[in-house]
Design a protein around this ligand. Structure first.
Ligand SMILES: Cc1ncc(C[n+]2csc(CCOP(=O)(O)OP(=O)(O)O)c2C)c(N)n1
Length: 483
């Protein structure tokens, strides 16, 4: 639920409790409720901090409309999870159909005010060095397309920072300037934050003196305890129509735009993209050239990218490799990539959910989970493998296995560069050398399991694994990494 809250995923969660443990006549819910399962304040109290809205249905007469409204609340801005406690007694009660039985209407759209669109267009038209950072606009394919159109019109530098939750703008696009906002923002006169929850950390890290234009349907996330956007101007409305309105206004201003400035900017950004791309390719060639083991993570992602068809979807739950996955996966289309948010251990559930949602909508796309070996241990692997087999949801899982919780070591060294861990080499909470063999666990769970310990084994193993997945069986490829 917390992951859904962080990513703005609308979902209704229902679970039961029982309060009928007295001597009253009626169905007996069983003594386990009385002994073990009661929650003072009700489970809605537990769900409240992780949802937009959490409540109990106290009577069967309100149950239907409450669940329906929970769905409507979940999809309305800002989208997120809602929770309905549905007690056993309420579920067992006789129900008279509600007058409102039937599907809910689609959620209303929010539209930016004309004056805000005008102000945004003027700021953009006047900017000499604008840079746009985006985290989530691509969740809606229309948002992805509308952003591409706006960026192309003005030659705006687009950055997907580490906090990006999905593919928002083609990594292959010459205006894509990677994942580091800092350097570009330092030189910019206008920073556009499009659906960005947390552009700078700490807030003082905002470089330069650029004006900050925030375009976001709900810029201030109600679930965040602390959020500093450093905004100078807000435009609030649904992403795609708001971007399109700004683009249309800019086209009206057309003759007022400085074509020469835009042309020169486009050239500069395309050159920078080409330079970054050349170094990406060089890194890939270097990583792939190694004949011996262990394997460089860059080789894993680039091989995966080349073998996956354009329709495949990648859910990422790697940690120290996450920047590399985003960089080398080169997602070019909406839905190609998403990053799991919140605590470790959700990746398998998210990937199964993505696979389920796609098969329900008739799109049978290969779904891949890239995951660190530590994060893999946090996942409910056995239950997830079983769910995958039972519900016909085959996944390709690629474990980026460095034998450790490497990020924990980085944190030790960052916080205490000369501390006991650095001095003795004994890093608490780091060593995963006793982990079970991921391929053997997969096999035990009815999946296909592969271990890759050298680079030349990588492509053949991924090929075989993908064939298994196409045949309906989940495959786990455990790749032993250099770091
Ligand atoms: C539920 C939960 N507990 C603890 C953490 C802290 N944590 C962040 S990264 C990490 C280690 C992840 O290890 P791995 O997946 O192997 O990636 P690596 O750091 O080695 O790249 C831990 C324990 C967390 N994010 N979530």
């Amino acid at each position: 639920m917390h992951g859904a809250l962080l990513t703005g995923v609308p979902v209704v969660v229902c679970s039961g409790e029982s309060t009928g443990y007295g001597d009253a006549a009626g169905p007996d819910p069983g003594s386990q409720w009385y002994r073990n399962l009661s929650v003072v304040g009700g489970p809605q109290a537990l769900a409240a901090p992780f949802t937009k809205w959490a409540c109990a249905a106290g009577d069967v007469s309100v149950l239907y409309d409450m669940v329906k409204r929970a769905g409507e609340l979940a999809v309305q801005t800002p989208a997120g999870p809602t929770y309905v406690n549905t007690p056993v007694e309420v579920l067992l009660d006789r129900w008279q159909p509600s007058p409102a039985v039937g599907p809910a209407p689609p959620p209303p759209q929010t539209v930016a005010a004309d004056a805000d669109v005008e102000a945004a267009a003027r700021l953009l038209a006047a900017a000499r060095q604008p840079v746009l950072a985006v985290e989530s606009a691509g969740r809606d394919p229309e948002g992805f397309a509308a952003l591409t159109e706006l960026a192309e019109l003005l030659a705006i530098a687009v950055v997907e920072p580490q906090s990006a939750v999905c593919a928002n703008f083609p990594r292959t696009h010459l205006l894509h300037q990677g994942g580091d906002l800092g350097g570009l923002a330092a030189d910019a006169d206008l920073v556009i934050l499009l659906g960005c929850r947390a552009p700078w950390y700490p807030p003082s890290a905002k470089p330069g003196a650029a004006t900050v234009l925030v375009i976001d349907e709900a810029a201030h996330r109600p679930h965040m305890a602390y959020q500093v956007l450093t905004a100078d101007r807000y435009v609030s409305g649904a992403t795609a129509p708001t971007l399109r309105a700004i683009t249309a206004r800019l086209r009206d201003l057309g003759p007022g735009l400085d074509a020469e400035i835009i042309r020169a900017r486009r050239q500069r950004l395309e050159d920078a993209h080409a330079t970054a791309d050349a170094s990406r390719l060089e890194a890939e060639q270097r990583a792939l050239a190694s004949p011996e083991g262990p394997v460089d993570a860059v080789a894993v992602t680039s091989t995966l990218r080349d073998l996956l068809g354009p329709g495949a979807v990648v859910v990422d739950e790697t940690i120290t490799h996450s920047r590399g996955v985003a960089r080398h996966l080169m997602a070019g289309a909406p839905g190609r990539y998403r990053y799991v948010q919140g605590g470790l251990g959700q990746g398998l559930g998210v990937a199964l959910g993505v696979k389920l949602a796609m098969s329900e909508s008739g799109a049978d796309r290969m779904t891949v989970l890239t995951v660190g070996d530590g994060a893999w241990l946090y996942n409910p692997v056995l239950a997830g493998l079983m769910a995958s087999a039972q519900y016909g949801l085959p996944l390709l899982v690629v474990v980026y296995n460095n034998g450790s919780y490497l990020s924990m070591k980085y944190n030790h060294v960052r916080a205490y560069p000369e501390g006991a861990a650095a001095r003795t080499g004994h890093f608490l909470g780091f060593d995963l050398s006793a982990q079970p063999d991921a391929a053997a666990v997969a096999t035990a769970g009815g999946a296909a399991g592969f271990t890759v310990s050298t680079t030349p084994q990588l492509a053949p193993a991924l090929d075989k694994a993908m064939a298994a997945v196409r045949g309906g069986q989940t495959a786990v490829v455990n790749v032993l990494l250099t770091r």
